[in-house]
Design a protein around this ligand. Structure first.
Ligand code: FES
Length: 99
């Protein structure tokens, strides 16, 4: 469904891990675009658990919240990929760990 524009798929790449699977990503693209390309969604809502996909791609809608490098509720559209980055969908509400 989603694919990079022809001229954006050239250039250096890094390897990120989307829900444990190694995926090639282009330097400069965001974790949200990787999620769109490989899974189609980023999270589910906390009440009805309906699926959500990145929408605005500029930090306004919060529909791209995902777990990036183990940190939940991260706006994946604002996170450029890094080599070795881990990306996972955030299902339901972010888990709170009591100390
Ligand atoms: S896609 Fe809207 S805040 Fe990230």
């Amino acid at each position: 469904m989603f694919r990079p524009l022809p001229d954006s798929s050239e250039g250096p790449t890094v390897t990120v891990f989307v829900e444990g699977q190694p995926v090639e990503a282009y330097v400069g693209e965001t974790a949200a675009s990787v999620l769109l390309r490989h899974l189609g969604t980023a999270r589910t809502t906390s009440i009805s658990e309906s699926p959500r996909a990145p929408f605005c791609m500029m930090g306004c809608c919060f529909d791209c919240l995902a777990e990036i490098d183990g940190k939940g509720s991260t706006q994946s559209c604002l996170e450029p990929v890094r080599d070795g980055m881990t990306i996972a969908r955030q299902m339901s509400a972010r888990k709170v760990v009591a100390r």
